[in-house]
Design a protein around this ligand. Structure first.
Ligand code: APR
Length: 238
């Protein structure tokens, strides 16, 4: 077992999270045994082509995800990162998740690489927040009436360059990079792992299973996130 670490020994820590950090909150991951993509074909429910062909099916899938996530609470992993952010400057969260559980746990300054279940967007008039617990409050743009789409990066979409540029700056500057609950198979997000290693950060992976990117990590904790994070980074005694 790795010795506990004091986050205040690091200038700039990045927590790079994937679906696994929300697994213990009850949010299914995308891959693995009960993964979402074992049940749904992303080409049919999470792509621009599907949205143009059959928007109702795409919106129904996302409304189902919204209702499921709305019934889930952040777990000790989300809360622990948020507590460290409150206590220590220089702690960033870069997430691939769209569930918003980092913000619900109190994290500030979260870079969402793949957008959010809690926003929609009009191609011409930009993004709308939509925090209702399941069905979308609006399905058409209040400005032009065009159909709104979930503000999520789907397979085949261009990435959110603003988010990716911000994430790149933070990863290049990091002296600690902790990947929590990601399979490391989806690019270009997975590229931040190599970038962190090249930038000389201390590399830690928290995942009960080996991932595609495990080789990049000098420390690999084969534990669930909610157990590993509080043990590895105990909060300063109050
Ligand atoms: N704690 C930590 N890790 C866990 C836990 C847990 N309790 N449970 C599962 N995991 C790990 C799994 O072993 C797996 O490696 O979380 C990882 C989840 O992998 P994916 O489901 O592939 O999720 P992610 O890596 O976030 O996927 C990246 O793929 O479909 C796209 O846009 C989607 O953002 C998503 C991207």
């Amino acid at each position: 077992m790795t010795q506990p670490l004091d986050l205040s020994d690091f200038e700039r820590a990045v927590f790079f999270t994937g679906a696994g950090i929300s697994a213990e909150s009850g949010v299914p991951t995308y891959r693995g045994r009960a993964g979402i993509w074992a049940e749904y074909d992303p080409e049919k429910v999470a792509s621009q082509a599907a949205f143009e062909r059959d928007p109702e099916t795409v919106l129904a899938f996302h409304e189902q995800r919204r209702a499921l996530v709305a019934a889930c609470a952040p777990n000790a992993a989300h809360r622990h990162i948020a507590a460290w952010q409150a206590d220590h400057s220089g702690v960033s969260v870069i997430t691939q998740n769209t569930d918003g559980l980092h913000e619900t746990a109190g994290s500030s300054d979260v870079v969402e690489l793949h957008g959010s279940l809690w926003r929609t967007r009009c191609a011409r008039h930009g993004v709308l927040k939509d925090r209702s617990d399941g069905p979308y409050q609006r399905r058409d743009c209040p400005e032009c009436g065009a159909r709104l789409r979930p503000d999520i990066t789907w397979f085949g979409d261009m990435v959110d360059t603003t988010a990716f540029e911000e994430a790149g700056r933070r990863v290049e500057a990091a002296d600690l990079f902790v990947a929590v609950g990601t399979s490391g198979v989806v690019w270009p997000a997975a590229g931040f792992i190599e970038l962190a290693a090249r930038s000389g950060a201390r590399m830690i992976e928290i995942n009960p299973e080996p991932s595609e990117a495990s080789v990049a990590f000098s420390t690999q904790l084969r534990q669930p996130a909610a157990e590993a994070l509080p043990t590895l980074f105990p909060l300063p005694a109050d």
